[in-house]
Ligand binder design. Structure first.
Ligand code: 6PG
Length: 249
């Protein structure tokens, strides 16, 4: 399903409403809601809304567990840190205990070991074995780069073929560095995925992804197809070309 908006502001408002709705349903049904946050610029407006007076009280944050879709290999106080961005814009403004926020420790020298530790941390919060199939997070927020990458799943990289691990090491992006990332198996196990895409620089990649054209390993966002959950594209008009608008489902 594709929702097209005139502005990023309206896109973020609609995404915030969906997140409040799904979180409320999940907390009512299972007593908690697990959310993975994306990095980058696009979700900033959404994170601001979720922590604002307009939306903050629509979610019982004491029942929410926060994870991350990916992280750059920088300390948590670095300007490039996805954690820092989410903390400053949203998490620091929400009534949550530190133990509810699961930061990816991607600054560690041994990124593979840090990724394995994060997988254990996820497994522990779900009360399952880290050796088994991935758990189903309730909500995963993703962005997409102009090259079709998502999380830190970059075109042509090894991690795209990962079909066992839930968390692994990605390569690419800027700053050009190692990254920690959730993998396709974990992402596709989610109940609700929101893809937030804004800006004309995304138009070409978005067109290929939505048309399901070309090599999916060239446009990793195409690999995100929930096993049984729902994926909704939140796109602004700048990122959406006319042909794709006709394809709006
Ligand atoms: C990151 C993100 C990444 C992001 C895309 C889109 O660490 O950068 O997780 O996958 O979602 O690069 O980024 P923008 O929203 O800044 O365009």
């Amino acid at each position: 399903m594709i929702r097209v908006f005139p502005t990023l502001e309206e896109l973020a408002q609609d995404a915030a409403k969906l997140i409040c709705q799904v979180a409320g349903e999940r907390i009512q049904k299972s007593g908690r809601c697990t959310i993975a946050l994306s990095g980058g610029q696009t979700p900033k407006t959404l994170y601001n809304f979720l922590a604002s007076d307009l939306y903050r009280d629509r979610i019982n944050w004491s029942q929410v567990e926060i994870f991350f879709s990916d992280e750059r290999s920088v300390p948590p106080d670095h300007a490039d840190s996805n954690y820092r961005m989410a903390w400053e814009l949203m998490l620091s403004r929400l009534p949550m205990a530190k133990g509810q926020i699961h930061r990816m420790k991607a600054e560690q020298t041994d990124l593979s070991a840090a990724a394995a530790d994060y997988q254990v941390e996820i497994a522990n919060r779900f009360g399952i074995s880290p050796e088994g199939p991935p758990p189903s997070l309730d909500i995963i927020i993703l962005g997409m780069g102009g090259d079709g990458h998502t999380a830190s799943l970059f075109p042509g990289t090894e991690v795209l073929q990962e079909n066992q691990k839930w968390v692994s090491v990605g390569q690419g992006g800027s700053p050009k560095s190692g990254r920690m990332t959730l993998t396709v198996p974990l992402l596709n196990a989610a109940k609700q995925i929101l893809f937030l895409v804004s800006g004309s620089e995304k138009e070409s990649a978005l067109k290929s992804v939505l048309a399901e054209e070309g090599d999916p390993f060239r446009y990793p966002a195409r690999l995100i197809r929930p096993n049984s959950g729902e994926l909704i594209w939140f796109v602004d008009v700048k990122a959406m070309d006319e042909d794709s608008q006709g394809r709006e489902k």
